[in-house]
Write a protein that binds this ligand. Structure first.
Ligand code: GLV
Length: 320
């Protein structure tokens, strides 16, 4: 018997069309993140939940769904919003959407690297402020990725590798930690596998691409920031809580860190006021995967995972 299929937030038209073909009553909770009580009510007797990173899918939600729940298909690569242990205990499959968002996210990481090091947003704000200006040989000088700057990629997985390809094309040297740092593709890009300590000590720009787990939460804290090179940059397109934002604001105030590009925020959607006030920080509203083709692909993959599991097969991209 198939129950209701709960889609917590409406998806692109192409994805919604595909979702209509799923076996079961489709319940779409709306555009905005559902209130907790609405989510708990809606999932009762669900066979599948297609969730987003804005919803905490914990044991309470799984219990509210009841025994018929077969799959939580999270519409993201990260699954830090899902209690994987509780799902495993209840025999509920969890899937995510890896692979289809690598390029879009890497594009955005490069955009933030260039925006911070070449001071793009700061310069735009300056022009809009109406100040008079004239070109000068010593004006607006920034760090040049293409002049051999060292990029440190924390977590060289799929997205990290897509960043490495782009950075290599720009002429950067690359040091990295992570599962693919010692592989053949990394070697072809001149990536040097290093420890986390070495990465922070050597990189001119550190970019974060590791998952948020109990081990990585708060990993970029006061002492990590102090271990960075003076005048270096921090980029985060992973998850906000990887970074202690107050510590980052201190490091920016002291000038030890020259700039930061943050697509994700420690207490999302709240943005740290000190960072908001800093000219040297570029702030984005978590848009790493927000390319049109990518958002369609993520939604389609989540729908396909539901279809497979409801048909009694394994999901295409299970979280293990
Ligand atoms: C987006 O942040 C994702 O994890 O897919």
């Amino acid at each position: 018997m198939t129950g209701r299929i709960v889609i917590t937030r409406s998806l692109t038209a192409a994805v919604m069309e595909e979702a209509q073909r799923l076996p079961g009553e489709l319940v779409v909770l709306g555009e905005a993140p559902p209130e907790r009580s609405a989510l708990l009510d809606a999932v009762a007797n669900a066979s599948a939940i297609l969730s987003q990173l804005t919803e905490r899918i914990d044991d309470e939600v799984l219990a509210a769904a009841g025994q018929g729940l077969r799959i939580v298909a999270n519409g993201a690569a990260g699954v830090d919003n899902v209690d994987l242990e509780a799902a495993a205990r209840r025999g509920v499959v969890v899937s995510n959407t890896p692979g289809v968002l690598d390029d879009a996210t890497a594009d955005l990481a490069l955009a933030l690297i260039l925006a911070t090091t070449r001071r793009v947003v700061e310069a735009d704000r300056f022009i809009r402020g109406g100040s008079s200006w004239i070109w000068g040989p010593q004006e607006w000088i920034g760090l040049q990725l293409s002049a051999g700057a060292t990029l440190g990629i924390v977590g060289l997985g799929r997205i990290g590798m897509a960043v490495a390809r782009r950075a290599h094309a720009f002429g950067a040297g690359i040091v990295a930690t992570g599962s693919r740092a010692t592989g053949a593709e990394a070697a072809a890009l001149g990536v040097e596998a290093v420890t986390l300590d070495e990465l922070f000590a050597r990189a001119d720009i550190v970019t974060l691409h590791c998952p948020l787990t109990a081990e990585t939460e708060g990993m970029v804290d006061t002492s990590r920031l102090a271990s960075m090179r003076r005048g270096s940059y921090l980029i985060n397109t992973g998850r906000g809580p990887l970074v202690d934002e107050e510590a980052l604001a201190d490091a920016l105030d002291s000038g030890h860190v020259a700039g930061a590009g943050l697509d994700v925020h420690e207490h999302e959607p709240r943005v740290n006021e000190r960072l908001r006030g800093s000219d040297r920080v570029v702030l984005l509203p978590h848009i790493g995967s927000a390319g049109a083709a990518t958002r369609d692909a993520m939604g389609r993959l989540a729908v396909r995972n539901i279809a497979e599991v409801l048909a009694g097969r394994d999901p295409v991209t299970p979280v293990r």
